[in-house]
Design a protein around this ligand. Structure first.
Ligand code: HEC
Ligand code: HEC
Length: 413
């Protein structure tokens, strides 16, 4: 302010004051604008350096098993540079197109129905003029229905084509449970449906409810005890964190995660990318499930389970149920051909005609009997078998959807 005294006139001082004020605002604005850009550049550089450090660690510690480019190696380790791991759905567009077309069809058919009702309404018969109008409108709606049906056919054909292009990936284990889907369940029409409904993403396959970063970091920290059994050419995925007796610090683990996540191509993955993966992830060896957020398990409160299904509109899929019954939970090991448990075939008739005829099951539905048999096998033991043979912890291992799928499969037997 001292300097202002040298400016003689009042006007001169006011002008100088304004000039200084404007100058300061420009300066503050300039700093503010650039601060944002500087922060972004800093974060980019930071992430960039983290990825670089991760790349070095990966090349020296991980590439031996997971491959230099992260494609994995046959029976040694799963690919990480892998669209399935990143949850990319190769037929997502087609599936969305089919869903939209089906919605449109429901709407169009409703419109036709109400026009037809108007046409034949005995209370209020339409005039001849209106009748002609209705017929023209219906003809127009039918053309639209035709278009939607063609759209569905095209999308279904595209999905079949895409699945065909994925055959190398399937051979490399893209869908580990595929072979256990019974042939008769795979028709040309539903093959793609069955495939993608049952395959899901890697995270869904292992039942991980958190995000991919958490999955990678947890896997790195704790390793996968028992994975050498599942990958015969490997000594298995070790625990890498110093907290679990491994060599890596937490920041190094995060650098590695950053490097792996940098492989994500978002919606730009191609069928070639699927083909490049040398080994896809397998269902985890029992007891080697990653620790972390897991979906809620079904438990063993039979009536509570059934009420929840009703309230949440949980409906089972027999196709998935069969996979779970055969491969995931190994029910078939005991139940096939009555190996060491009541035969799978004929279960439904047996329940309807024999079990539910017993006084103790008065008021039971078939569903309730099956849910109880699976979640509380000790409550009732089938004649001729001793108690304790069937594992009693399935309620702790299955989600509602999985149990509903299995029940709906058993209802077809
Ligand atoms: C000795 C071989 C070997 C080495 C070395 C190795 N891994 Fe693994 N890794 C495996 C195996 C085998 C699995 C599969 C475990 C399973 O599915 O249970 C695996 C699984 C993973 C997974 C989970 C993938 C999935 O789809 O479930 C990640 C992530 C991973 N490893 C990252 C790394 C990183 C990062 C390194 C280096 C620090 C590394 N691995 C070093 C063998 C190895
Ligand atoms: C280790 C062998 C074993 C396994 C594995 C097994 N069960 Fe059983 N299961 C039995 C035996 C034994 C019985 C008959 C004795 C009893 O009621 O507990 C039985 C009974 C049943 C019944 C009642 C059948 C009837 O005729 O009343 C159902 C339903 C059933 N199991 C479903 C399953 C499902 C679903 C799985 C997999 C999630 C499974 N079981 C896994 C041994 C097994």
């Amino acid at each position: 302010m001292e300097r202002l005294l040298f400016i003689k006139s009042i006007e001169g001082r006011v002008l100088a004051g304004i000039t200084m004020f404007v100058g300061m605002m420009i300066l503050i604005g300039w700093v503010a604008i650039n601060e944002e850009a500087r922060m972004q550049a800093f974060v980019r550089q930071h992430t960039g350096r983290s990825i670089e450090r991760g790349a070095e660690l990966f090349a020296s510690l991980c590439s031996e098993c997971h491959g230099e480019e992260g494609y994995g190696a046959d029976e040694r380790a799963p690919g990480l540079n892998n669209p399935h791991l990143f949850g990319y759905d190769p037929v997502g567009l087609q599936t969305a197109a089919i869903t939209n077309a089906n919605r449109a069809l429901v709407r169009l058919n409703k419109d036709i129905e109400s026009l037809s009702n108007e046409m034949i309404d005995p209370e209020n018969p339409p005039s001849e003029e209106r009748q002609n109008e209705i017929l023209a409108e219906i003809a127009d709606l039918e053309t639209q229905i035709n278009e939607q049906q063609l759209a569905i056919e095209a999308a279904v054909a595209q999905r079949i084509e895409i699945l065909g292009a994925l055959s190398q990936a399937v051979e490399n284990g893209l869908f580990p449970l595929w072979d256990t889907v019974v042939d008769s369940d795979r028709t040309a029409d539903n093959e793609v449906e069955v495939f993608f409904n049952n395959n899901g993403t890697r995270l869904a396959q292992v039942g991980w409810a958190g995000d991919l970063r958490g999955y990678i970091i947890t896997t790195l920290i704790h390793g996968r005890p028992g994975s050498a059994r599942v990958y015969p050419s490997s000594t298995g995925m070790a625990a890498w964190s110093q907290t679990a007796g491994g060599p890596l610090r937490q920041d190094e683990i995060e650098d590695l995660a950053e490097y792996i996540l940098n492989w994500d191509k978002g919606s730009a993955w191609t069928t070639e990318d699927f083909g490049a993966v040398a080994q896809y992830g397998k269902p985890l060896a029992d007891g080697s499930l990653p620790t972390g957020p897991q979906p809620e398990k079904v438990g063993d409160d039979v009536l509570g389970i059934l009420a929840r299904w009703e309230a949440d509109e949980i409906v089972g899929s027999p196709t998935s149920g069969e996979l779970l019954y055969d491969a995931r939970f190994g029910c078939t090991d005991c139940h096939r051909n009555g190996a060491s448990a009541p035969d799978t075939v004929g279960t439904l008739a047996r329940i309807q005609n024999e079990r539910l005829a017993e006084a103790r099951f008065a008021g039971y539905t078939v569903e309730q009997y099956i849910v109880e048999s699976i979640t509380r096998p000790g409550d009732y033991v089938v004649d001729g078998y001793s108690s304790g043979l069937m594992p009693d912890n399935f309620g702790d291992r299955m989600t509602d959807q999985q149990l509903a799928d299995i029940v709906s499969y058993i209802m077809t037997q």
